[in-house]
Design a protein around this ligand. Structure first.
Ligand SMILES: *[C@@H]1O[C@H](CO)[C@@H](O)[C@H](O)[C@H]1NC(C)=O
Length: 251
């Protein structure tokens, strides 16, 4: 978790330094995202427009630098779910985010804050893993393939933002600060080749995890939800920071 937070932090810095070095390039809202009128019921409008936009957004858009989410591919993902456990995922593919459903959205223009509730029925992670440490007070160590599934997931994702006026005289969102909380109701774990391929020990650990999914979610969930935070923040940055604010919310 701490490592991932560092990763998020470094990621943020890398991103802002690229933005600072490269000349800022304003973009118009792409045609697959419809703006909302300030006079409308904004929550309702954002939720409705998300239904239409998410299938397009999740294909990825090189013009905006937004990644494909079907699957979302991460070459390397280092998680530190607790001080006792370290997991390195490589060639990691995350499936299911393209079927995310926006359940609720609130925007507070005074507080400069957006709160959204996202539901995902199933998220699957397929990856190589290397892990060492303890989980549910059991020692765990392995290196091999893994399939993880999380089901019936609700994420409360929020961002605080600043509004800045750029050289073109228009206002843009900037310095977004994300936060996430989650509820995951189902999980299934399969780590292959635990303990150098000792099948009995390996099967036993997978069974303990799968027989106690909520305990496993409590240990792994926060680190995992930060991965979802990273996905959401990557997408939001791609659009929110480069499109003038008055194109997102129109009079
Ligand atoms: C998400 O927010 C709703 C209210 O908008 C709240 O009822 C729910 O408990 C929150 N869930 C989590 C996982 O934080």
């Amino acid at each position: 978790m701490i490592l991932l937070n560092c990763a998020l932090f470094v990621f943020g810095c890398l991103l802002s330094s690229t933005v600072a070095q490269k000349k800022f390039k304003s973009k118009h809202l792409p045609n697959y995202i419809s703006p909302c009128r300030l006079s409308s019921d904004l929550s309702d409008c954002i939720v409705k427009h998300a239904v239409a936009s998410i299938p397009h957004i999740s294909k990825g858009d090189p013009e905006f630098g937004s990644p494909s989410l079907n699957p979302w591919v991460l070459e390397k993902l280092e998680l530190n779910p607790s001080s006792q456990l370290k997991i390195l995922f490589t060639n990691c593919e995350i499936y299911g985010l393209n079927r995310a459903i926006l359940k609720d959205a609130k925007i507070d223009f005074d507080k400069k804050r957006v709160d959204i509730v996202v539901y995902v029925e199933q998220i699957k992670l397929e990856s190589h893993y290397n892990m060492d440490g303890q989980i549910l007070v059991l020692p765990i160590k392995g290196d091999g393939k893994t399939n993880l599934e999380f089901g019936d997931c609700t994420f409360n994702y929020s961002v605080d933002y600043d509004l800045i006026t750029r050289k073109d005289g228009k206002q843009y969102a900037a310095n977004i600060r994300p936060d996430i909380s989650f509820k995951i109701n189902k999980a299934h774990f399969n780590f292959e080749n635990l303990f150098n391929g000792n099948k009995q020990l390996g099967d036993n650990i997978n069974k303990v995890l799968n027989d106690n999914p909520q305990d496993a979610i409590n240990e792994l969930g926060p680190a995992f939800s930060n991965v979802i935070n990273l996905a959401a923040t990557t997408i939001i940055r791609a659009y929110l920071l480069v499109v003038p604010f008055d194109e997102l919310f129109v009079h």
